[in-house]
Design a protein around this ligand. Structure first.
Ligand code: SF4
Ligand code: SF4
Length: 274
């Protein structure tokens, strides 16, 4: 199997899943990234995330590649979560259904890769974190960063080419595949030039500020939503800082550059002063 066939397998599975399972949630096209299991950045995660953060070889002794994938939510799901303080029912349901989708998509791909004679070890899509420190021993966001899927935003999410409204999954395999390059520059407008900060302004939990993140306040808010949507399952989410923001569905820095280039090409750009 090669990178394209793994990406095609995940794409096809996501497309079929919504019809086969009649989900309330709709998804956009997944993005897939690949990292070498011995990329030195994995060891850095023990410093950046947690000393107990696992290495790919802790999960699978023969690991050669880490496969990371991002499943973006449909814009209507994000739209439902814009008003109010509590997460919308659609948003909470999307969290649960997307986690189930990630599990199923990873398992399907695992079986396919295994049928070609390679080993695969899956990881949980969520709730793999220390409930006291609230840090993960397998951070999908950091794994996705290493696999070149995006850059971190002020809202602590990975801003991919399809934005940050979605969920991440990953698995490790003994199959050796070329790693993807990490994008240069920033994707978050605040990190790029100090502008925007919209995610911090939208925070409903007194948790997100331009200069700090109060992890426990954010967790409190997520637990309030879990309680409010208890009939759906364990939906400890919030996501108000991911919706109605410029990075919800796209990389806003890249979009801004594309627009500037278009304006320049159209001759609309004001001439530069000498
Ligand atoms: S809303 Fe603005 S400041 Fe916040 S992560 Fe997105 S681009 Fe960055
Ligand atoms: S998830 Fe909610 S509480 Fe947490 S930072 Fe975002 S808006 Fe604030």
């Amino acid at each position: 199997m090669n990178k394209q066939s793994i990406a095609d397998t995940l794409h096809g599975f996501v497309l079929r899943y919504r019809h086969e399972h009649s989900t309330g949630t709709r998804w956009r096209t997944p993005l897939v990234g690949f990292a070498a299991a011995d990329d030195p950045l994995f060891i850095e995660l023990k410093r950046v995330v947690s000393p107990t953060h696992a290495l790919p070889n802790d999960l699978l002794r023969t690991a050669r590649t880490v496969v990371s994938f991002f499943i973006p939510l449909a814009e209507s799901i994000a739209g439902s979560n814009i008003p109010g303080t509590l997460a919308s029912r659609e948003w909470a349901l999307a969290y649960l259904e997307t986690n189930a989708l990630i599990d199923a998509a990873a398992l399907h791909t695992k079986r396919l890769i295994e049928s070609k004679g390679h080993a695969v070890e899956l990881t949980m899509p969520t709730h793999n974190f220390d409930s006291r420190k609230l840090v993960s021993d397998w951070s999908h966001r950091h794994i996705a960063f290493i696999a070149g899927l995006g850059r971190f935003g002020l809202n602590n999410m990975l801003i991919t080419g399809s934005g940050c409204c979605g969920r991440l999954g990953s698995f490790v395999t003994s199959l050796e595949l070329a790693s993807d390059p990490r994008p240069g520059g920033e994707a978050c407008l605040f990190r790029h030039d100090g502008s925007c900060r919209r995610c911090a302004l939208r925070c409903v939990g007194d948790a997100l500020f331009p200069d700090r993140f109060q992890r426990h306040n954010c967790h409190e808010m997520c637990l309030r939503n879990e309680e409010a949507h208890r009939c759906l399952g364990k939906a400890d989410v919030c996501g108000k800082c991911l919706v109605d923001v410029p990075c919800a569905f796209t990389d806003p820095v890249k979009q801004r550059k594309i627009k500037a280039e278009q304006r320049h090409a159209d001759g609309l750009q004001p001439p530069k002063m000498p």
